[in-house]
Design a protein around this ligand. Structure first.
Ligand code: VAL
Length: 184
C-alpha cells in the first residue's frame, strides 16, 4: 500500500490573516488528521501568503512552487515562523474532543525539503510531534484502539482500521472544500 499525499487547507481564525487565508498543510497520513493538535512552523523560515486570485494560502517560501505550481504567486505578505506562533486555525475534523489546542507552534525539526513547511502535529503518532506539543502543554489524544481501529462513536471513522479510514476522511475534506490536492 502506498501512502496517499494530501494538501489540506487549515483556515486561520486569529492573527493578521484571520478569515482571509489558510495554512496549507501536507501529510501522507490523513487518518492522523482526526487527532490533529497543532501545526508546526520553523521559527526562522519565511512563510509567504500566496494567491491564485481566488484564495490565499500560507506556505514556506522555498516550497511555494513545488507545493502550489504555477497557478499561485506570492503576495507581498510574509511572516517568519516565529511571528506566526500561536495563530489559531480551524482544525480539519471535529471528530474527537480537544480543548485548548489548534494553533501554530514553533519547531526546529521542520524542514523545507518537502511538503509546505507547515507540519501537521499529531503527538500520539509522531515522536517529533510529541516532543513539540509537550513543550506547549498540548494534549495527547489517541482515538485509535490497540487493535488498530478507531474508537466507537466517532463520526466517519468509527470502528474502521486506521489506514482504511484515509478514504472516507479524504472524501470528506474534498466535500468541504478543504482539500487542495490529493495524490492517491
Ligand atoms: N507529523 C506527521 C505528519 O504530518 C504525523 C506523525 C502526524 O504526517
Amino acid at each position: 500500500v502506498v501512502d496517499p499525499s494530501v494538501y489540506v487547507r487549515f483556515p486561520l481564525t486569529s492573527g493578521p490573516l484571520a478569515g482571509e487565508a489558510s495554512l496549507l498543510v501536507w501529510t501522507t497520513t490523513p487518518w492522523t488528521l482526526v487527532s490533529n493538535t497543532a501545526v508546526a512552523a520553523h521559527p526562522d523560515v519565511t512563510y509567504v501568503v500566496a494567491t491564485n486570485g481566488l484564495e490565499k494560502l500560507v506556505v514556506a517560501e522555498p516550497l511555494l512552487e513545488k507545493a502550489l505550481g504555477e497557478d499561485f504567486e506570492a503576495t507581498g505578505q510574509r511572516f517568519t515562523g516565529a511571528e506566526m506562533e500561536r495563530w489559531k486555525y480551524e482544525r480539519p475534523f471535529n471528530i474527537v474532543e480537544m480543548e485548548g489546542a489548534h494553533f501554530v507552534v514553533n519547531a526546529d525539526y521542520v524542514t523545507t525539503e518537502d511538503g509546505t513547511g507547515l507540519v501537521h502535529q499529531s503527538p500520539a503518532f509522531g515522536e517529533d510531534d510529541m516532543r513539540t506539543c509537550r513543550a506547549y502543554g498540548l494534549p495527547v489524544v489517541n482515538p485509535v484502539r490497540p487493535d488498530g481501529t478507531f474508537e466507537a462513536g466517532l463520526h466517519l471513522v468509527e470502528g474502521q482500521f486506521f489506514k482504511k479510514a484515509d478514504e472516507a476522511l479524504v472524501a470528506d475534506l474534498a466535500a468541504r472544500n478543504l482539500l487542495l490536492r490529493h495524490v492517491p
